[in-house]
Design a protein around this ligand. Structure first.
Ligand code: GLU
Length: 294
């Protein structure tokens, strides 16, 4: 068992810069996120936290095409959204400035391999905690809980919930929890793509009847094109977003949990939400209960 020596005094002394709430559906605009950076933080030698702190940089995998959750256009330097904001909070607790985060685009299907190969140090990418994933990677959290939902054309009244999906063509992403649920439980005909933005294109050109994934993601797309798209029905799964890390560094679990707890308590988590997902119509979240580190 690792004993982590983390000095929070320096964090408290650091200037508290609130995330400024600007922009709309959490798209490409700068959310102004400024996570506190723990200046004189000390970690036990030999831990991954100490290594990252010494290196002064960290690689974080996020989505690039999910407005409000994780989004980056070709012309912007850094991604925006709730996941990148939470990534800045984790980096800050390691003593790493947001400018020294190397953002890496992850899609649903490459999150485990990216962590296993060290392509990234952390994944914050609408990454539901599951027993299956925890066989191969570490997942700490959750820092957010949402549920699977449905996105349909604004003028479509034939789909009101998952029980209407039988025989319908439903787009989702390979390697996601969402695609398995609609196929296994609701008898939909799945159309699997690499990203949800591709699915939204399929829906707009009427190649599919619906797009399914977490409500938090779908509300972001609907907010970008409210004349063409709507989210329908009640959430029909529980998706608990966790921070992915390599199983080779299990000490990261306690560090992430302590960092998340601090962000719940000091308001940084709420500010990150309000500046991003809160703008695309998502309800104010409950503070999640963290899974214990085993
Ligand atoms: N949260 C779900 C998952 O991790 C769906 C969203 C996604 O594919 O990122 O599979």
């Amino acid at each position: 068992m690792f004993i982590r020596k983390l000095q929070w005094a320096a964090v408290a002394a650091a200037a508290v810069l609130a995330l400024s709430a600007c922009g709309d559906a959490g798209g490409d605009e700068d959310t102004g996120g400024k996570a506190d950076v723990a200046k004189d933080v000390k970690f036990e030698a030999g831990t991954r936290m100490a290594e990252l702190n010494k290196a002064g940089k960290v690689k974080i995998g996020v989505k690039y095409d999910q407005p409000g959750v994780g989004f980056k256009s070709a012309t912007s330097d850094t991604p925006t959204g709730f996941d990148p904001e939470m990534g800045k909070i984790i980096a800050g607790a390691l003593g790493i400035e947001a400018d020294n985060i190397e953002w890496v685009e992850t899609i649903s299907d490459n999150r485990e391999p990216f962590l296993q190969k060290g392509t990234v140090d952390f994944v914050l990418a609408s990454y539901s905690i599951t027993d299956e994933r925890r066989q191969v990677v570490g997942q700490a959290g959750p820092y957010y809980v949402t549920g699977q939902s449905l996105l349909v054309a604004k003028d479509d009244d034939s789909i009101k919930g998952p029980e209407d999906l039988k025989g319908k063509k439903v787009c989702s992403v390979t390697g996601s929890t969402s695609i398995a649920t609609v196929e296994d439980k609701y008898g939909a005909t799945p159309a699997g793509f690499d990203t949800y933005s591709e699915c939204v294109e399929q829906l707009k050109n009427k190649s599919v009847d619906a797009v399914t994934t977490d409500g938090a993601i779908l509300l972001g797309y609907a907010a970008e094109d409210p004349d063409a798209l709507k989210v329908v029905g009640e959430p029909f799964s529980e998706e608990r977003y966790g921070v992915g890390y390599s199983k080779e560094s299990p000490e990261l679990c306690e560090f992430i949990n302590e960092t998340l707890t601090k962000s719940f308590d000091d308001g940084d988590w709420q500010k990150a939400f309000d500046a991003t997902l809160g703008k695309s119509g998502n309800d104010a979240p409950e503070k999640p209960t963290l899974d214990p580190c085993s």
